[in-house]
Design a binder for this molecule. Structure first.
Ligand SMILES: *Cc1c(COP(=O)(O)O)cnc(C)c1O
Length: 228
């Protein structure tokens, strides 16, 4: 067994254990492999180990890999910060966008998604623990965003995405409560099924609180080179 396969099995075992401890079915948690900074060849190896969904943060780097790996059946997720002038590429090339935090971004994605493509899956990013960052809307803004974004034609609004400060497990519970609460605002509540939270260092706590998608990089691929 190669190293990536071994690492993936370890992470899947961690998901299994966390779900068992939380009294949850392990099939309610999806593993997103966060492959930013890693070359296409590494993704091919992880794909061979059985992984199908990959998360990328940097648009140009992601577009290069999508081009190179177009013959593989990969589900591409964009998990980075969404810039308004980059939405066209996201709408064309990705299956999921996790970092939507304004209505205008969702509107552009909906307009730029081709009608013959599946609707684009998106999550609303929430700054759940009041961090000093420009990324993510405020919790108080989420209900209205859900009401508005869930009406857009080429979008499937799937849920929320959060990146709390390290060791802030309360933030996971807060995100879960908000996730449950705002579902009532959704025009198609049956689409509201994704709580994207938890990374290599805190995935167990995130799953205990109700995460349905963990975004895991380091635990699968090893440490990344530092980016400045
Ligand atoms: C890089 C990144 C991850 C993965 O982080 P690890 O600690 O390497 O697992 C998850 N989510 C987002 C938004 C990221 O930018």
């Amino acid at each position: 067994m190669n190293m990536l396969q071994h690492a993936r099995n370890q992470v899947l075992a961690q998901i299994h254990t966390a779900c068992q401890q939380a009294g949850r079915d392990e099939n309610t948690v999806q593993l997103l492999a966060v492959s930013k900074t890693h070359p296409a060849e590494t993704l091919v190896e992880m794909y061979a180990a059985g992984q199908r969904s990959f998360g990328e943060n940097y648009l140009q780097e992601a577009l290069d890999k999508i081009e190179k790996l177009q013959d593989l059946e990969i589900e591409w997720h964009f998990i980075g910060h969404v810039q308004r002038n980059k939405t066209k590429h996201l709408a064309e090339k990705f299956a999921w966008v996790h970092g939507v935090d304004r209505l205008i971004i969702a509107e552009r994605l909906s307009n730029q998604r081709a009608d013959d493509q599946e609707p684009l899956n998106i999550c609303i990013q929430v700054n759940i623990d009041g961090q000093d960052t420009k990324d993510g809307c405020q919790p108080a803004e989420v209900a209205e965003l859900v009401a508005q974004i869930s009406q857009l034609p080429n979008i499937r609004l799937r849920g929320l995405m959060v990146i709390p400060a390290p060791n802030n497990t309360q933030a996971f519970s807060d995100a879960k409560a908000l996730f449950d609460e705002v579902k009532t605002q959704h025009a198609h509540p049956e689409d509201w099924d994704t709580l994207s939270m938890g990374m290599s260092g805190d995935m167990t706590e995130a799953m205990a609180a109700g995460s349905t998608m963990v975004r895991v990089g380091t635990a699968l691929f090893g440490a990344r080179p530092k980016k400045d």
